[in-house]
Each structure stands twice: as C-alpha cells, then as structure tokens.
Design a protein around this ligand. Structure first.
Ligand SMILES: Cc1ncc(COP(=O)(O)O)c(C=O)c1O
Length: 387
C-alpha cells in the first residue's frame, strides 16, 4: 500500500508524512458555500480574511496574494527597488526571499546566519552595506527571528527599508511583538505545509498606505481603486487570491491560536523524547523569541546526514535535508554570482546538518513514537563511536 513501506527487517511499517494540512468540516463548508454563491473572485471573503489578519497580527493594511513569492515580489516592486540596487538577505532560506530581488534586477547580498537561530547574524549586516543597499529582506526561518530590535536600529540609522519574510512565522514573536510588524512591509504564506493553509496563498502586511495601495493595485493588473476594469495606469500582475482560498483563510485563521499552540505541544513532546540523544542537536527558542513552530529541525553530524535520511525513509519516516543547498549554492547563484562553498560557513554548516522530521498537530502518539524510535535507532547505528 502507498501509505506503508517494508523496513530493513522485512516488516511492513506505516509511512509517516512530513506535513499534513489540518482541514476541518468548517473549512469544507466555507469553501462549498463560496462555490454555491457563484462569487469566486474579488468578493467578500478576501476582504474578511484581510481585515481579520491585519487586526490580529497588528497592522493597518493587509493585501491577500496568491503566494508568498508574489507578495515578496510586490514588496520589492512597491519600494521601487530595481536594477543596480542591492538588498541584504540570508543565504539560509527558501529561494523566494532572494528571487524577489532578482525579478526586479536587484542583487541579493548575503550575510551569514547565527547557528542558534538559523537566522541573520545582525552583527554582520553593517559590513555588507554599500551605497547601493536599499533594503534588508529578513527571512524569519523556522518560525523564529534574528535580533529584530538591533536589525531595526541598523536599518533606521542607515536609511534602509526592511521587508520581513514572515512566510514561516505566523504569530511568532520577538520581544513580545509579532513578527511581521517590525519592518516597512511583511509577507506571510499559506502553502499546505505552513501553520495554516489556503492551498496556495499569501498576505502582505503594512502600516504604510502608499505601499498598501500600490501592492493592491499591482496584485490586480495595475488597476487603481477607482479605475474601470479595462483601464490600467501601470504594469501590474494577476496575483489575486480567489474567494475559495480566502474562505479557507478565514476559517483556518480563526483557529490559528489553537493551531500554533498544538504545534508548540508537539515540539515540546519531541524535545522531551529526543533530548540527550547522542549526536543530535535539537532546536530551541533564543532569548526574546517566542517560536511559532513551522517544521521540527534537528541537526545530525554532516558526515552521516544522507545515511540518516535513508535510514529514516526505510523505517517509513519522511525526512528532508532543509535548507539544502543554501541559496548561494543553488546552481544559478553559483553560475551568475560566482559563489562557492566557504562563502557563508555557518549557513553551510546548518545546511549540511539540518534535517526536518514529520511535524503536524494531528500526529498520533504512535506516529511520534515511530519517528523518535527511528531517529534514535539511526543514530545508534550510524554513530557507534562517540564523535
Ligand atoms: C521563507 C520563505 N519565503 C518565501 C516562501 C514562498 O512562499 P510561497 O511558496 O507561498 O510562494 C516560503 C515558502 O515556503 C518560505 O518558506
């Protein structure tokens, strides 16, 4: 069967997925109601989703988009960043946080990360600033952040925009303040592996009316609010979020506190069951950060990472090297910018060591047990001698 696998000792074991969206009857009823209404785009659901999102996360304006990537692209565009400009960002992230600059002809300039947080090392930012630097695109990886207090001080001192890539960090906090409310503009994402989902989808958040109006217009083919349907005053895109997705957004977002808290409970359980395992580094929240758990990233010695993954797969446990490779080591970054191994040693170390394991709040106790046993057995077999 597709959800089972034969393990090393010829036993049939169940497959445990890496992620699973949590879809309730309320979600299904909401989407069906939209379908029955016949109003499938630019309707009341997107407005409701945007209003609820802005109010809860804490910003004046929210603009729904059809993906986190679209949202990031529009932030770069709305801030007028383009050819010849540089943006400072992290090499340990999903490619979209750098691609958004490339789309507009700007150059991503990488700064290495801190091992403890997987996020930007703010002490390295100032050395990377040049007269071409316009913004910092700061990804909040794995649901926690860098030292956003210091990063904002640097940005204000040096007159740089801050775009927060909060795609993995809904309701995570730094110093008690929601991520996505520090910078000039921020973006959230709702792909099915995220804390909440709309299928595909994202949200731009800002307190700045000019940025908000521009993003909304660019999302909708360059139309302004009061313009006729076939008049466009600028080059825009179709990055709209449809009404079925927005309905899913409304119901999923109404449960976000309990979702984030169930994920916290699962992370604590993994932490308890895996702590003290020889060869394993477990994730933890840094000072002043309150995590919103996106994945559960564990670290194993780089020399055994691939064998570790194969072992887990053979036990029916899904697992992935994450983020591997780093952005600067992606083939097109190496080719176009000449990056090579050794350029960002901390990001590379994390990239070679980090593995994500199954993580979703509906995980059954016996599934958690299967994962934990597989992780321990893998390390016992692959690390017979103390490193
Ligand atoms: C850090 C980060 N940025 C951007 C994105 C892009 O979001 P989307 O897949 O919705 O385009 C993701 C999604 O995985 C992400 O993790």
């Amino acid at each position: 069967m597709a959800n089972e696998v034969v393990d090393g000792s010829n036993k049939i074991v169940r497959k445990v997925n890496l992620a699973k969206p949590m879809i309730t009857q309320e979600d299904i009823d909401g989407v069906v109601a939209v379908l029955k209404s016949g109003w499938l785009s630019l309707g009341p659901k997107i407005t409701e989703f945007e209003n609820n999102f802005a109010a809860k996360i804490g910003a004046k304006y929210a603009i729904g988009v059809n993906s986190g990537t679209s949202g990031l692209h529009l932030c770069i565009k709305a801030l007028g960043i383009g050819k010849g400009d540089e943006v400072i960002t992290s090499p340990f992230s999903f490619v979209a946080s750098s691609n958004c600059a490339l789309y507009e002809g700007a150059k991503p300039v990488f700064v290495d990360v801190k091992e403890e947080t997987f996020n930007l090392d703010v002490n390295l930012i100032e050395a990377a600033i040049t007269e071409r630097t316009r913004a910092i695109v700061v990804p909040h990886i794995f649901g926690q952040s860098c030292d956003m207090t210091r990063l904002m001080e640097i940005a204000r001192e040096r007159n740089l925009y801050v775009i927060e890539d909060a795609c993995e960090s809904i309701l995570a906090k730094h110093s008690g303040k929601n991520l996505g409310t520090f910078g000039d503009v921020s973006v959230f994402a709702f792909y099915p592996n995220k804390q909440m989902t709309t299928g595909e989808g994202g949200m731009i958040l800002t307190d700045n009316k000019q940025i908000a109006d521009l993003c909304r217009s660019l999302t909708n083919q360059g139309r302004s609010n009061n313009m006729q349907w076939l008049t466009h005053d600028k080059l825009g895109y179709n990055y709209r979020l449809d009404e079925m997705s927005a309905s899913l957004g409304v119901t999923q977002f109404s449960r976000i506190d309990s979702t984030v808290s169930s994920r916290q409970t699962l992370a604590a359980l993994y932490g308890h069951l895996l702590s003290g395992t020889h060869g394993l580094v477990l994730p933890s929240a840094m000072n002043r950060n309150e995590l919103s758990w996106f994945v559960y990233p564990i670290r194993v010695p780089a020399q055994i990472r691939d064998q570790f993954l194969s072992f887990l797969h053979s036990r029916g446990v899904a697992a992935k090297a994450y983020f591997f490779p780093c952005i600067h080591m992606q083939p097109y970054f190496q080719r176009d910018f000449g990056y090579s191994l050794g350029d960002f040693p901390v990001a590379e170390k994390l990239s070679f060591e980090t593995v994500v394991i199954p993580f979703y709040p509906q995980m059954q106790v016996d599934e958690v047990d299967q994962v934990v046993q597989a992780v321990k057995a893998a390390l016992a077999e692959l690390l017979p001698v103390r490193l």
